[in-house]
Design a protein around this ligand. Structure first.
Ligand code: SF4
Length: 443
């Protein structure tokens, strides 16, 4: 019997404006073609039409609006991109039926919008890459990038100058990618960005439709919808803005892993101020206490910088006292290093290397002691573990809900016969050291 191959969706393009906009159109079409789309020379045959607009002069804006109107009248399924994308409110007010509006040079966003509007049908015969895309991680966990760039200007960081301000992806595009990853075997989604709590600020937390329901471009909505896909969902790089409190009940409900990766970097108010850290005014210790009341098993991971310019003995003692009280589950630390181009390099009060080393050693000793005590308290408990590696002799290594890959601890299993990478197993914890657990699968 002959195999009927699915025909790929067709994309139409109306390209207006200057040569730069033309190059943008070419890039977008090149990417879409390499993704498997066909190009349509007319409105009738197109499954979706892209209008790359120009907003340089009033006359150019009028021409762009007229082109959007024509594409809607002739085809109806229209995505707007280009310079007029900056006037998204105006376009949506005039043409509410437009499927998506993206700005100039937002190649990833416009291509993502096409994938949502006209998905490529999966075909083992046609697709050169698997449904979940090509991955450098093992099949059972995947990183899910929800935004690029950052609106903050932390004194030690050059990411905003390298990657620009925050640009969030549409929630429906993220959810579609997550759904494909889960269909392709991902069991754990690791949500990443520069600042996950700020997700959607640039989109003014607008709503998109996902499976017929409205989903805001907001961390809480996104976390809840990701949680419904049936994989573990782990949130990284969360700053403690007040709305983070609303994610904790999702953890208590089991939709999102009871795990928060919050890069506090310091605790002393004067160092945080010099660092220009976001959300440092929040009463963090109180909030950690209330999070633990709602979700007693929550694991909090963080990283800290010691020896930041101007850090005094008193600042460091404050940090150590804070860590004693916070009882964080996982801590990473760095000695401050000037990064070329960072504002912190010109701050006064450079801390001598030997002082940095001494503070680093004291901090690591304290946090290792806290970690060891917390892991000791797990001995005798049953926990869920995702298996990262399994050998033929019955040994296996996995992670609990409190452990992200590469950065946290591991759970070492004995007598794990018949268990494979990516399996979830219930484990009895038998022993612990400073960072890892040791146990045996049950049943
Ligand atoms: S450290 Fe994080 S929050 Fe601060 S500027 Fe860099 S990316 Fe943004």
């Amino acid at each position: 019997m002959a195999t009927i191959l699915p025909s790929p969706p067709k994309v139409g393009m109306v390209s207006l404006g200057c040569p730069k906009a033309l190059v943008d159109s070419e890039r977008i079409l090149t990417k879409l073609r390499s993704d498997g789309y066909q190009l349509s020379p007319d409105y009738d045959a197109a499954d979706v039409v892209l209008v790359n607009t120009c907003g340089f002069l009033d006359s150019a804006k009028e021409e762009s609006l007229a082109a959007i109107g024509e594409a809607i009248a002739e085809n109806g399924r229209v995505i707007v991109t280009g310079c007029m994308g900056k006037d998204a409110d105006l376009i949506r007010a005039k043409f509410p039926q437009v499927l998506a509006v993206t700005g100039p040079h937002q190649y990833e966003q416009v291509v993502g919008a096409v994938h949502v509007a006209a998905p490529i049908p999966p075909s083992a015969y046609l697709n050169l890459v698997p449904e979940g895309g090509l991955k450098l991680t093992p099949r059972h966990y995947s990183y899910l990038k929800i935004s690029e760039g950052c609106n903050h200007r932390c004194a030690f960081c050059i990411i905003p100058s390298l990657r620009g301000d925050l640009v969030s992806r549409r929630p429906d595009a993220i959810l579609r990618e997550a759904e494909k990853l889960v269909a392709a075997g991902t069991k754990e989604l690791l949500v990443i960005s520069q600042d996950t709590s700020a997700y959607g600020v640039d989109l003014r937390h607008a709503e998109w439709s996902w499976k017929g329901e409205p989903v805001r471009a907001h961390m809480t909505d996104l976390a809840r919808e990701l949680g419904k896909l049936g994989a573990w969902v782990r949130l990284h790089y969360v700053y403690p803005y007040p709305h983070v409190d609303r994610v904790i009940p999702l953890m208590a409900e089991g939709l999102v892993l009871p795990y928060l990766d919050i890069p506090f970097q310091h605790a002393s108010p004067s160092v945080l101020k010099a660092m220009k850290r976001p959300a440092n005014e929040a009463k963090v210790l109180e909030r950690i206490r209330s999070w633990r009341e709602i979700c007693p098993d929550i694991a909090i991971r963080s990283s800290f910088v010691v020896g930041f310019p101007g850090e005094t003995d008193a600042d460091f003692d404050y940090l150590m006292q804070w860590l004693e009280e916070a009882q964080l589950d996982r801590v990473g630390a760095f000695r401050f290093e000037p990064v070329e181009g960072a504002a912190a390099n010109s701050l006064p009060g450079v801390v001598p290397e030997e002082v940095k080393e001494e503070r680093y050693a004291r901090l690591m000793e304290l946090t290792a002691r806290i970690s060891a005590a917390k892991l000791q308290a797990k001995i005798g408990r049953e926990i869920d573990v995702i298996v990262d590696l399994a050998d033929e002799e019955g040994g296996a290594t996995g992670r609990s809900m409190a452990d992200a890959p590469e950065i946290d601890g591991e759970v070492h299993l004995r007598d794990a016969h018949g268990i494979a990478q990516g399996d979830f197993v219930r484990v009895l914890v038998e022993d612990a050291d400073e960072h890892d657990l040791f146990g045996v699968p049950l049943g």
